[in-house]
Unconditional design. Structure first.
Lengths: 210, 210, 210
């Protein structure tokens, strides 16, 4: 089994947990929780597979993936009754899930022979789209597009680290994946902790009518 | 002609009517009405065809489908002037359109040889995505994600009934389709009438900051 | 090089500029600006390629396209500091970008042998979806769906003009493309200037509860 498939397996589990927590905060029922977890865990990879023309889609070819998501959604109905504050639990699964999906997007794109810049872009899309979908379903402004800590930037940086270690550095795939993972998770957690932001490229001018 | 193609034909008509009513309630012009009807009638099936890698897309291979939607949108400009309350008219086309598209999604997925659990999931996606798109264009919170009566659940149950009658029960396809259709429409109408809901898996905690 | 590929190249440049201006108005950082520009410039064409089953996607097969968008986003960080009012600058790139992408959508669909009505519909989808995505990311109600000046209608009319000149009129492709372009841009600018609108097909009835 390729390392990328194992990474994808982990990504599905971690992102399902993140999706379940996201939906549970909103007081959704078990169907809503599954819908959000499904969108978070499979949204990014579905775009990746459609864009790279990979068939069948990873969750159609691996029917145990959605089954795992369903299991996590049902389990959460029991476990989450005993947990008071969900918000602090969101951070790590968010960062790790984004990191893992970024790596699968970049990796499968490299395998398909696309240009490295495009491979890293596909990594970012794969890593972030699930979270955007989850936010949209939960009716929040997607945090990716708020002036918030460096979501896509961390993902993009880690994708380049992975690609660089693999293609330039001559590292084994496992080390390159680990390198990318550490970079994304570490920079993302640091960005949230110290609230790193880029400046706006321009003041919004005090009004949206400028 | 396969039964599934006939079901799809009906689904396009019913969903177009639902989309037109949805858009007319918002006072849209004829282009907006067509856009909403198009999104409602073709959104779910387009995802289905992309996910199952079916080409050409059903509305590209059947150019009379969008022409039917256009005809319904134009006709509605005459008919709807004489109708005062649109809201009560929405319920049945919504339920029937969702049921028919669910069956096409499940059926084409079974034909493509995917796992039954995935086939039923694809049925739910095919059945509900059009309505979600329509709600988004009309700038409403998609009713699928509000704590509302069992939309996706009815669709999922009917998909299993269809699959079970076809694969386990040995029924002819026409009976299995009819069985699934009746289950979805009946449970959906009952859920709206008696306001069946699942409980949230967790209180939202009085604030969204938990 | 086919004329359509050249039109697509121009469409990417113009739409990237439009996306950058759109995002800059909202005070986004450079990553947000790139994300919006990417969505505006590649959203419509991506749907077109997925719907027509063209592989690889145009921005995966042409990695310099996203690189151009990135360059425009970075440059804008310098240039836009000296520009006070962005709003008046939005109109022309919006109209021209929509026109160019409409023509690529219609043209590639004709090449793929689809029915002319569907080809024109695909043109409209290709031409307008990028702008809808950009508005959604900037958290505005997509202007396509507001009762606003004839966005999709201009696009649809120009697609028919292009098709008619090419298939009926026997014009060379370059003239047909120019004809479609002029029709879309002229009608769109006129529609905005004189605020042309279609009437709603029905009064919304004073309340959304009708």
């Amino acid at each position: 089994m390729s390392y990328l498939v194992f990474i994808e397996f982990l990504a599905v589990i971690v992102s399902s947990i993140y999706g379940v927590l996201l939906a549970a905060r909103k007081g959704m029922d078990v169907v809503g929780v599954f819908a959000v977890a499904f969108a978070v865990a499979f949204g990014g990879g579905t775009l990746r597979d459609l864009f790279l023309d990979r068939t069948p889609l990873f969750w159609i070819g691996n029917p145990h993936y959605p089954a795992i998501t369903l299991g996590i959604a049902i389990l959460s109905g029991v476990i989450l009754r005993f947990i008071r504050h969900i918000r602090p639990l969101l951070l790590v699964p968010d960062a790790v899930g984004m990191a893992l999906f970024t790596l699968t997007g970049t990796g499968f794109a490299i395998e398909a022979g696309v240009h490295p810049f495009i491979a890293c872009l596909l990594g970012v899309i794969t890593g972030t789209f699930g979270g955007v979908l989850g936010d949209m379903i939960c009716n929040e402004v997607p945090s990716l597009f708020r002036p918030s800590p460096l979501n896509a930037t961390c993902s993009f940086a880690g994708a380049w680290v992975y690609w660089g270690m693999l293609e330039w550095g001559g590292f084994a795939e496992s080390y390159a994946l680990l390198g990318g993972l550490v970079v994304i998770v570490a920079t993302r957690l640091a960005a949230v902790k110290w609230n790193w932001c880029f400046p706006g490229i321009r003041d919004p001018g005090g009004s949206s009518e400028t």
